[in-house]
Design a protein around this ligand. Structure first.
Ligand SMILES: [Ca+2]
Ligand SMILES: [Ca+2]
Length: 432
């Protein structure tokens, strides 16, 4: 996949959030928020009385997610809104994995098929700091809220906790990854230090599989909240990674249910690390969940130096350059590698090389995106909490900012014509 450089006269306009066209819906999805303390059974009865079908009945927030058949919607919503126990009815939006489109790198299949005789240490892991005994995530639970995990991957399986969560509506009861995104993210967090594949940032961490995105890499706000609800019940989980999101809603009330769930985890001492987003023309304030003040949004940078064969560009794109796709803006806590490097072709286009990590079905593959930056920081957070077991999200945030590498220097400016920079060089994450 090629991207324009500033030198080019072409301007590529790429989509806000790479996604397939949504299928025609024959029902509408809403989140109904009730007065605090309304019993689960009463909520369900209230919704059922007006013809809605309950998808989720949450504990982490005082709400239910409902489906309402098209054609019945307006009358049912009006009736439901008159229920004195109902506080709000908001739209249940679609969320997406934050993987760059077409970012799967060269020779992915060939690499997977090749006999694996040695382990590769990915450039991103080198950049944030190699794991060492005492700083390897041992004993720390990290929830990967994503498309599932390849439960049989030889470089991951032994690190995956037997307790798993699959959101109803995924079309499956298995946490097995049917997309590949969650497996790749999981490998960045905690691929095992052995003789095969890659090694993760925190290779001794315990992975919790939380499937809220389907085979197409999409789910809904209510699926994400259901996953966070499950995490909320599992206090061994200290870190949550969410390499997903969506644009903020034009109706801010729609963003409140997921925000309330993230705040509950924050209040419980859980560190919620999220991808900043993959639209360089936007800022994190335009993205959910990256805009939530209780979350730690991560922007993407390059892990190492690229090559340059463009005759008009003076130098190559160096390590720690802001990725051409990354969302930036006030609130970004830190940058971390979301791609291995960016080369510049003879035609002066940016040619990204993804992060090497676990591939669904075995072996390794490359992907790029803030989806890949976030799990580097989730791994760093696990290593920090391993060393300071009482630490909460604000402690991790402060330490990430205190120990950031090349702070006020990195990330370096991207030469991409679409890059917008917020004038804060927050630095690159460093593991203890
Ligand atoms: Ca390995
Ligand atoms: Ca910045």
């Amino acid at each position: 996949m090629f991207r324009t450089l500033v030198l080019s006269t072409m301007t590529l306009v790429f989509p806000l959030f790479a996604q397939a066209q949504a299928p025609v819906q024959n029902e509408q999805k809403y989140i109904v928020t009730f007065r605090p303390g309304t019993a689960h059974a009463l909520r369900a009865a209230s919704v059922a009385r007006f013809g809605g079908a309950v998808r989720h009945n949450f504990s982490i927030i005082d709400a239910v997610a409902v489906r309402i058949p098209n054609g019945l919607g307006a009358n049912l919503l009006t009736a439901l809104s008159r229920d004195p126990s109902v506080l709000s009815i908001t739209t249940d939006h679609t969320v997406y994995a934050f993987q760059e489109a077409n970012s799967v790198g060269e020779n992915a299949v060939a690499m997977a098929a090749a006999p694996v005789t040695r382990q590769v240490v990915p450039e991103g892991v080198k950049r944030v700091g190699l794991p060492v005994p005492g700083s390897d995530g041992a004993g720390i639970g990290v929830a990967v809220v994503d498309t599932g995990i390849d439960l049989f991957h030889a470089d991951l399986a032994a690190n995956i906790h037997p307790d798993k969560f699959v959101s109803p509506g995924m079309g499956t009861s298995s946490c097995q990854d049917d997309n590949g995104h969650g497996t790749h993210v999981s490998g960045i967090v905690a691929a095992i230090d052995n003789q095969i594949g890659t090694v993760g940032v925190a290779p001794k961490a315990t992975l919790y599989c939380v499937k809220v995105l389907d085979a197409s890499g999409s789910g809904s706000d209510s699926d994400v909240i259901a996953g966070l609800d499950w995490v909320f019940q599992h206090r061994a989980i200290r870190v949550v990674n969410m390499s997903l999101g969506r644009p903020v809603s034009t109706n801010p009330a729609d963003d409140e249910p997921m925000h309330a769930a993230v705040k509950q985890l924050y209040d419980a001492g859980v560190t919620v690390v999220v991808a900043a987003g993959n639209d360089s023309s936007k800022q994190v304030k335009h993205v959910v969940p990256a805009s939530f003040v209780e979350a730690l949004p991560v922007a993407s940078s390059t892990a190492t130096d690229g090559n340059n064969s463009c005759p008009w560009l003076p130098g190559s794109i160096k390590a720690d350059t802001a990725s051409y796709f990354t969302t930036d803006g006030a609130g970004v806590v830190i940058s971390a590698p979301g791609e291995d490097r960016e080369n510049v072709t003879g035609f002066c286009y940016i040619s990204p090389v993804g992060i090497l990590s676990a591939r669904r079905g075995g072996g390794t593959t490359r992907m790029s995106g803030t989806s890949m930056a976030s799990p580097h920081v989730a791994g760093v957070a696990a290593r920090m909490i391993q060393q300071h077991v009482s630490w909460r999200s604000d402690d991790v945030r402060a330490e990430l900012q205190r120990t950031a590498q090349r702070k006020s220097i990195a990330p370096l400016d991207s030469p991409s014509s679409t890059y917008t920079f917020d004038n804060v060089r927050e630095g690159i994450a460093k593991a203890p």
